[in-house]
Design a protein around this ligand. Structure first.
Ligand code: DOR
Ligand code: ZN
Length: 428
């Protein structure tokens, strides 16, 4: 593989420099670099960010290859600037054994678009009854460190406590989908004025907050690591702030869609806006943005949830919850957080690369763009405006809530250990 010389990129939004990528690492950083035989990538006006890391991606393989595969999902990830994604365990079969997580990890290596770190299920079959073999998944070739029943909540407090205790032995983390099941039976959208008007069963904020409060206290008690998936309410932000003040090892993520969209969209009855947890109110959106800006919420995670047409294009009540997100994540964060002056590009790098990598621990990701570090990075055009077209995306599914919208900022190139996976905005 030849060396790549990136000319004139604004390093995490700062001053322009040249970056020489050679032998999988950042070999030189400086002005006026040259190297005979290197492939030149002109990055005038582009921002160089460390390769993005997603803690929450649904790749659907094995089991729902009609919605997504490791190949198509990781191709989408690369186009979105990601160099590592954590693949959620709610596949069919469930990723609750060393065999399944190794299969997913291997498919990621074969596809070669970005690194795949499989998430292991906390409980057998996601049934919430019996702990899965967390240790054997950790010891497997996939080296699992993040465990989650995402899609379902680990609602049994005793199981949750034991899981957090157990993974301490290998520095693992339990990523909780916080949804009290009894409080959300039959829920279709956020509980509030809009659900009353539309006559849809509500999913109350308290169902998320009750689990987060409980799990933060449990994490403090056992001295274990808790990560809260897709925080969606103002009250959840307050609880996480409180847990961090206590010094407990609690981290949290927010999705791009919860930073931008509100439950007013449910009035369209278009199931593309049905997602779990549901879109909330503008007050929640404002609190989530504030929480992400001040560091209460540690990072952004996509919850990329592709669904086949027949699962999504039905009436609201029957549709599966979820939205695609890998190819729009950075643009939505730019719109919600950078254009509003709430985050700088340097802070975006922290919240979409360094911090998620610190939480999920994928090997060699989320490192600073310095000499000797793995050459995982992306180049972003911060002035670009582009129109979302689901049919032009790499993901196999069409359920983007931004179809036809114009979004700011575009990923132009992505490099995985110095090898381009995306160039000129297209698969390399
Ligand atoms: O909207 C969602 N979709 N939320 C989840 O928790 C699961 C996900 C999925 O797997 O489709
Ligand atoms: Zn979830």
């Amino acid at each position: 593989m030849s060396a790549v010389l990136v000319k004139g990129a604004r390093l995490v939004g700062g001053d322009p420099v040249d970056l020489l990528l050679d032998d999988g690492v950042v070999a030189e950083v400086g002005l006026g670099l040259s190297r005979a035989g290197a492939e030149i990538v002109s990055a005038d006006g582009l921002v160089a960010l460390p390769g993005l890391v997603d803690l929450h991606t649904h790749l659907r393989e094995p089991g729902r290859e009609d919605a997504e595969t490791v190949e198509t999902g990781t191709a989408a990830a690369a186009l979105g600037g990601f160099t590592a994604v954590h693949a959620m365990a709610n596949t069919d079969p469930v990723a609750d054994t060393a065999g399944v997580v190794e299969q997913v990890w291997r498919l990621g290596v074969q596809a070669g678009h970005c690194d795949v770190a499989p998430v292991g299920a906390v409980t057998v079959g996601l049934r919430g009854e019996q702990m899965a073999e967390l240790g054997s998944m950790a010891d497997s070739a996939a080296r699992v460190r993040v465990f989650s029943d995402d899609g379902k909540c680990v609602s049994d407090a005793s199981l949750m406590r034991r899981a957090m205790e157990y993974v301490k032995a290998f520095d693992g983390v339990i990523a909780q989908h916080a949804q009290e099941p009894r409080l959300t039976e039959g829920a279709q959208m956020n509980e509030g004025i809009n659900s009353s008007k539309l006559g849809l069963t509500g999913w109350p904020a308290v169902a998320e907050e009750a689990i987060i409060a409980r799990d933060c206290i449990l994490a403090g008690h056992v001295g274990g690591r808790l990560h809260v998936c897709h925080v969606s309410t103002a009250g959840s932000v307050e609880l996480i702030r409180w847990a961090k003040d206590k010094g407990w090892d609690v981290t949290a993520e927010v999705t791009p869609h919860h930073l931008l969209l509100t439950d007013d969209l449910a009035a369209t009855y278009d199931p593309v806006y049905k997602v779990n947890p549901p879109l909330r109110t503008q007050t929640d959106v404002d609190a989530l943005r504030q929480g992400l800006a001040d560091g209460t919420i540690d990072c952004v995670a996509t919850d990329h949830a592709p669904h086949a047409l027949e699962d999504k294009e039905s009436e609201w009540g029957a549709a599966s919850p979820g939205m695609t997100g890998l190819e729009t994540a950075l643009s939505v964060v730019a719109k919600a957080m950078v254009e509003t002056g709430q985050l700088t590009w340097r802070q975006v790098a922290e919240r979409m690369s360094h911090t998620p990598a610190r939480i999920g621990r994928p090997d060699g990701h989320g490192r600073p763009l310095e000499v000797g570090q793995p050459a995982n990075l992306c180049l972003v055009d911060p002035r670009a405006q582009w129109t979302v077209d689901a049919r032009a995306m790499a993901t196999r599914s069409r359920n983007t809530p931004y179809q036809g919208d114009t979004l700011p900022a575009r990923v132009v190139a992505t490099f995985l250990r110095g090898r381009p996976t995306v160039l000129d905005g297209k698969p390399a």
